[in-house]
Design a protein around this ligand. Structure first.
Ligand SMILES: [Zn+2]
Length: 255
């Protein structure tokens, strides 16, 4: 049994100098597979290349991050789609809506999200959702567009218990990361009420390092900190936890 990081940007330049070493260190802690969400046209080639260099360790996703959605989104999406044959993508991600920094392109973000939902349906792939200050917008679209086969995860979940329940009703997973370890995030209280069967874990490295590394570069091996925190909250052993998380992650991405 081993642990899978369900969301990590290992292909970014932040890891250029010590990537191999960091993957080795993570593997020694039983973190053996990494699922790589894309950001935009500038990152996809590095992502594909890394997955070729590390077969059975790194797995590629394809998608346009909502913060990269601008006026020209439809051109960008059609160029991205040309890459679909270059690799065995396991998911469409990360996609969604982000209204935290900037609401200028809200309509474009919604449209791009819908187009990529269609990709997921067409290729029968799960989706990895980036949702920031946009739960209602995303939920509304999913309610309208999702069919029974559509599966996915709300990555970096940090919402309320009510939102968590809505996600589970949609048959989606909660992607839990470093936010769980932040004091006053309120997430610990929410997760107490969520069955472990509905959770997968992630680092989102190099972003969102867990405590006590908050604000620093996040590393693949820190996934253990998140797993340990979940064990503490749930009062279960690491063995029990990783067994269930493995099952969840496999059933979402590798069916
Ligand atoms: Zn991410």
């Amino acid at each position: 049994m081993f642990i899978i990081d369900s969301h990590i940007h290992l292909y970014l330049n932040d890891f250029k100098k010590d990537r191999e070493l960091l993957i080795e260190k993570a593997k020694r802690k039983n973190i053996k597979q990494f699922l790589l969400p894309n950001i935009d046209l500038k990152t996809i080639d590095d992502l594909i290349l890394l997955c070729k260099q590390y077969p059975k360790t790194c797995y590629p996703m394809i998608g346009l991050h909502p913060c990269s959605v601008k006026k020209n989104y439809s051109l960008v999406l059609s160029q991205l789609m040309k890459k679909i044959k270059l690799s065995n993508f396991i998911a469409i991600g990360e996609i969604g809506i982000d209204l935290y920094w900037d609401k200028t392109f809200i309509e474009e973000q919604k449209a791009a999200f819908k187009i990529q939902l269609d990709w997921a349906k067409k290729w029968k792939l799960p989706i990895v959702i980036h949702c920031r200050n946009s739960f209602n917008e995303i939920y509304e679209i999913l309610k309208e567009e999702a069919d029974e086969d559509l599966k996915g995860v709300f990555h970096c979940f940090g919402g309320t218990l009510e939102q968590a329940k809505k996600i589970i009703e949609l048959n989606f997973y909660l992607g839990i990361g470093g936010v769980l370890t932040f004091k006053n995030s309120g997430l610990e209280e929410v997760i107490k009420h969520i069955p472990i069967e509905n959770i997968i874990i992630e680092t989102d490295a190099p972003y969102l390092a867990p405590s006590p590394y908050r604000g620093k570069r996040n590393l693949p091996e820190y996934l253990i900190i998140i797993a340990q925190k979940l064990c503490d909250i749930k009062g279960i052993s690491m063995n029990m936890l990783t067994h269930q998380l493995y099952k969840n992650t496999k059933s979402l991405f590798f069916k």
